[in-house]
Design a protein around this ligand. Structure first.
Ligand code: HEC
Ligand code: HEC
Length: 445
């Protein structure tokens, strides 16, 4: 074998590099199209501008996690010659077209003008994500990066939905989600999260601590993002799924309607009232007190609200007098109808979620009143108002707040009838929200 010493190696390397440099200069000098060398190092700015899309912060993590996976566009697989692992490969194989951004090969692929990427069964990118790619190309497809200064990083109030979930979406879900989650870790699954939070591998892997696989693979999180995930992992106690606690409910997704959180309380308070569809009365043999009774006898056709008896009859078919609940009870509001409609459309699952409750910003209109409408108002309106208690407006709620009955009933204290009647107790967090509003002096905000 021929021996090459270190100096020789440098010379051998330098010649083609020099040639490449000359070539690059020559191309950039002649090309009329705006041309960016794929080797341009990132330009970092210390301020993150909201209107700028940054390649290193936003585009690369998304491409790496969704496209540079094994079998697809990583360096080993380079399917169709496309490699999407860093700026240079994105620029040289992604078909970026600066004069006509929307006809860039990469943008066409992720928006599916031909065959959508990533292909099924992987989840396609969201419109928000594909728009980011387009905007980045429109802004010149530069290798830019922004570094948040420490004053911009606030980890004092980290919540899963507001802070951690967006980081997972950006850096991790492409690899760690169904149908084939990397390392069998599905970061959309609360039970999987419980495992990696409790065994320390979430915090360990994002901080690149010894003994853990460094994550995310292929891209780099900012210090602030790492601090956010670590803070959340350290502060969160999740039930071990094997611990017999029935596992952990999924974190609330704002686009999903949850049966246990909203649909059931709404139906119970409006329909499972005495004289109607509670277990004792079962008017027309219809009982609406839990998931089994609500979906029984074909009342609900998953995915098809307009063909579901529950939706059609409850909200009036052709005849006004068919509307349920019947007068003098208040019919469902448009928002409440929409809740039932969305839930059926989304498959009428017996689902529930955790995390939709926030005690940091409690108001009457945003917190207390929606709770009342979901859990209480149905039984506490009109001539049949339960116990003669009306909960139809702000003043009504203030009255039972001030005489102690609101807290007494929802905490199931001795001497009060436990509320909401016929359904489960409000969660500790919901009770805390109401207590905070009362302690604030029941503001009408
Ligand atoms: C490109 C695909 C990819 C991306 C992106 C990715 N992972 Fe991974 N992850 C893997 C693979 C594959 C493994 C198995 C170990 C290995 O091969 O490195 C793994 C392992 C893990 C582990 C187990 C580590 C250990 O030491 O036990 C955790 C926790 C994890 N990933 C979390 C994350 C988080 C959080 C993110 C986003 C910040 C992320 N991963 C992004 C592919 C990925
Ligand atoms: C399914 C119907 C139903 C629902 C839902 C319901 N209530 Fe009631 N409520 C009643 C009835 C009926 C009474 C009369 C007492 C009894 O029968 O327990 C009552 C009584 C009360 C009382 C007076 C209790 C006392 O001990 O003086 C308060 C206060 C009250 N409800 C508040 C609420 C609040 C707040 C909610 C929502 C969190 C709620 N209710 C949900 C039916 C309901």
């Amino acid at each position: 074998m021929m021996e090459i010493n270190a100096t020789d190696k440098k010379v051998i390397l330098r010649v083609p590099l020099l040639l490449l440099g000359v070539l690059a200069f020559w191309i950039s000098g002649c090309k009329h199209d705006p041309y960016i060398s794929p080797d341009t190092p990132p330009t970092a700015s210390t301020h993150c501008d909201a209107d700028t899309v940054y390649f290193q912060n936003e585009i690369l993590p998304m491409l790496v996690s969704n496209c540079a996976t094994s079998g697809c566009h990583n360096t080993q697989s380079h399917k169709h010659g496309v490699v999407l692992v860093n700026y240079a490969t994105v620029m040289s194989t992604g078909g970026i077209n600066l004069s006509n951004p929307s006809s860039s090969k990469i943008y066409e692929a992720i928006t599916g003008s031909d065959e959508i990427m990533p292909p099924s069964p992987a989840t396609p990118l969201t419109t928000e994500q594909t728009n980011k790619v387009l905007k980045w190309i429109e802004q010149g497809a530069v290798n830019n990066q922004c570094v948040e200064d420490s004053t911009q990083c606030d980890t004092s109030q980290v919540t899963f939905n507001a802070d951690v979930k967006p980081i997972f979406e950006k850096y991790c879900l492409g690899c760690h989600s169904q149908p084939t989650p990397a390392y069998n870790i599905d970061l959309n699954n609360w039970d999987d999260l419980a495992v990696i939070v409790n065994n320390g591998s979430l915090a360990g892997s994002v901080q690149h601590l010894a003994g853990y696989f460094p994550m995310p693979k292929g891209s780099t999180m900012t210090d602030c993002e790492i601090a956010t995930v670590v803070k959340w992992a350290n502060d969160t106690t999740l039930t071990d799924p094997g611990g017999g606690g029935g596992g952990n409910p999924d974190p609330c997704d704002p686009d999903t309607t949850y049966f246990q959180n909203t649909v059931l309380p709404l139906i119970v308070s409006n329909c499972a009232t005495s004289g109607c569809h509670d277990t004792q009365t079962h008017e027309h043999d219809i009982v609406l007190v839990d998931y089994a009774s609500i979906v029984s006898d074909g009342k609900v056709k998953p995915g098809n609200p307009n063909d579901s008896k529950l939706y059609k009859i409850l909200f009036g078919g052709d005849m006004r007098e068919d509307i349920m609940p019947p007068p003098p009870a208040q019919p469902f509001t448009a928002t409440q109808k929409q809740i039932v409609y969305d839930w059926i459309l989304q498959g009428a699952l017996n689902n529930s979620c955790d995390g939709g409750c926030d005690t940091t910003n409690v108001t009457f209109s945003g917190t207390v009143w929606p709770l009342m409408q979901t859990w209480c108002t149905g039984c506490h309106t009109g001539g049949n108002a339960g116990g003669g208690i009306h909960l139809e407006n702000y003043n009504n709620v203030v009255t039972i707040a001030n005489n102690g009955k609101l807290m007494g009933t929802i905490t199931h204290s001795a001497g009060y009838s436990p509320m909401p009647k016929n359904s489960g107790k409000l969660s500790d967090c919901q009770i805390a929200e109401i207590r905070i509003w009362i302690e604030d002096g029941t503001p009408n905000n």
